[in-house]
Design a binder for this molecule. Structure first.
Ligand code: BTN
Length: 248
């Protein structure tokens, strides 16, 4: 995939989920790397951990990009999440300040969530075969009805309507640029960029794990993508997704 905007784009009026559509068609139809599925509306948009993803018809970016990251061992698959999050981070940062990546791959503006990413990987043996990178970016929606705690959109933040085609072009360019770094195996640059953009990095805050609430400081991400938090006792623990909750 190059940085030029030449990704095949499949536009659907509505679909259950762009991730499902991509997963069901990519092999049968031999989709090329970088193929994108976008839609105006998802009947059952998927979020992380079996959650649903709310998006008002015709207002936001709902897209999935198909990637074939060769030679990435399955245990390091989190690097795909990193490059996609960095790409989305960069686009949101063109328009607003105080953007961060909330581990594992939510894009935040201040303490509000503007975008969610759902990466679905196919593993064969010990290697990553393909990734479907699903991105939901709130662009022009003003009223959110689900119980998602803290959604926000670009339009709410800037008081103007955004052109979704322009946002799509920017996302394709930016994700393409970071993905190219993955292809070139620039892992330490990717790791550093991701770490430096983490929500709450180096800031003391409240968390909850299986032993209860605690005060800790995010110190980084371990090689397999776990979140590392230093507790006030000085102990550093690594957590998989859902093993730790961010408290307000
Ligand atoms: C999250 O829970 O934060 C992840 C949300 C991911 C939503 C996007 S919208 C496009 C793609 N298709 C889906 O069904 N989900 C992802």
């Amino acid at each position: 995939m190059s940085e030029k905007i030449d990704n095949p784009i499949i536009k659907l009026d509505s679909i259950n989920s762009t991730n499902n559509y991509a997963t069901n068609h990519l092999a049968k139809e031999g989709w090329v790397e970088g193929t994108i599925v976008i839609t105006d509306f998802q009947f059952s948009g998927k979020g992380q951990s079996q959650n649903s993803w709310e998006s008002e018809k015709g207002k936001n970016m709902l897209m999935s990009m198909v990637l074939y990251p060769d030679d990435i061992p399955a245990q390091y698959q989190f690097v795909v999440s990193k490059v996609v999050a960095l790409g989305v981070f960069e686009v949101v940062s063109l328009f607003v300040e105080h953007v961060s990546i909330k581990w594992p791959n939510d894009i935040y503006v201040g303490d509000k969530k503007i975008a969610g990413i759902l990466i679905e990987n196919a593993i064969m043996g010990s290697k990553l075969m393909h990734s479907v990178a699903g991105i939901g970016l709130n662009v022009n929606q003003h009223v959110f009805l689900s119980d998602a705690p803290n959604p926000v959109s670009l339009s709410q933040l800037k008081g103007m309507e955004f052109d979704r085609d322009e946002v799509l072009s920017l996302l394709i360019q930016s994700i393409g640029k970071w993905y190219e770094m993955l292809k070139q195996k620039k892992f330490s640059e990717i790791d550093t960029a991701y770490r430096n953009r983490l929500y709450r990095l180096g800031v003391e805050a409240k968390y909850k794990d299986e032993s209860g609430n605690f005060i800790g400081t995010i110190v980084g991400i371990d090689p397999i993508g776990q979140l590392m938090i230093e507790k006030s006792s000085g102990e550093v623990r690594s957590y998989f997704f859902k093993e730790v909750a961010f408290l307000g």
